[in-house]
Write a protein that binds this ligand. Structure first.
Ligand code: FES
Length: 107
């Protein structure tokens, strides 16, 4: 089962063991990670699951679709080139070890 690392703005790291096909948001909510809310249930409509992909992983994560790009205009923290909605990141074997950082406003 792939392991995903979620790091808060303060540097606290959570290790998530995520079944393939599940989204990072689903795994984070199930694990009780503070700051990943998933208010819309994963339909790219709320931006409460905003994360920053570690630059080393940018080319390994599938690119965002247009609906995600639109919602990324509405994040509470600054949108960066590596911004993503974690509900749109479906986990698969090649993402084992993926590092994601959480924005300052999500704690
Ligand atoms: S859970 Fe709402 S946009 Fe990701």
């Amino acid at each position: 089962m792939p392991v995903i690392y979620l790091i808060t703005h303060e540097g606290q790291r959570t290790e998530l063991h995520v079944p393939q096909g599940q989204s990072v948001m689903q795994a984070a909510v199930a694990a009780g990670v503070r700051g990943i809310v998933g208010e819309c249930g994963g339909s790219a409509m709320c931006a409460t699951c905003h994360v920053y992909i570690d630059p080393a992983w940018l080319d390994k994560v599938q690119p965002p679709l247009s609906n995600e790009l639109e919602m990324l205009e509405c994040t509470s923290s600054e949108r960066l080139p590596q911004s993503r909605l974690s509900c749109q990141i479906k986990v698969h074997a090649e993402l084992n070890g993926l590092v994601l950082r959480m924005p300052a406003s999500q704690q």
